[in-house]
Design a protein around this ligand. Structure first.
Ligand SMILES: [Mg+2]
Length: 185
């Protein structure tokens, strides 16, 4: 049986950053935002971030229009996934977006301020996260968490960096195999 897999949404499968940069430009805040997501070298990249974020935070239609990343593929080996996110918007917006882009995947969504607590409760064994603070806390709690490779987390040197979701299934298999070897030794 496959282990229980969880994924973060924004920064992992959903290109939230491009969305907020575009909206900032439309609202006249473009000057303090990076020109695009590839030029975003830290998470809190603009003094106007919260001003723009607060305008869209509870707008389902805004979240629904976001684009998935080009490599946002949920591994076929995991037909059921827990999405755990800190989004402020109601879950229906996230559910509709996931159904739009991943119609084959069955999932549950959890909006959680404290991802560690949520993941523990759900029994998630492997998680993918792009935000360094969360990734660190989840690993320290004993849940194997990969750091999704994004421009805003590249300062961290770690073997658990995930270059693409396309590699995820193979990496989990390798870790599970190692676990099996330790248990049988
Ligand atoms: Mg994220």
């Amino acid at each position: 049986m496959k282990p229980i897999l969880g994924l973060d949404v924004d920064g992992v499968v959903c290109d939230f950053i491009s969305g907020i940069i575009e909206t900032a430009k439309e609202l006249g805040y473009g000057g303090t935002f990076p020109p695009n997501w590839l030029a975003t070298h830290s998470w809190m990249f603009s003094p106007d971030f919260h001003t723009v974020f607060n305008l869209i935070a509870h707008e389902p239609e805004w979240w629904r229009r976001l684009k998935p990343y080009a490599d946002a593929e949920i591994p076929r080996e995991y037909p059921y996934v827990y999405f755990v996110t800190q989004r402020p918007v109601e879950q229906d917006a996230t559910r509709a977006w996931l159904n739009d882009h991943f119609p084959r995947v069955s999932f549950a969504i959890y909006n959680a301020d404290d991802k560690v607590e949520a993941l523990k409760k759900l029994g998630v064994e492997y998680f993918v996260e792009d935000r360094v603070e969360n990734w660190d806390a989840i690993n320290r709690a004993g849940i194997t968490c990969f750091l999704m490779d994004r421009p805003w987390n590249r300062e961290v040197l770690t073997a658990s960096r995930l270059k693409s979701l396309r590699h995820l299934s193979r990496l989990i298999d390798e870790l599970e195999e190692k676990k099996g070897m330790v248990l049988s030794a």
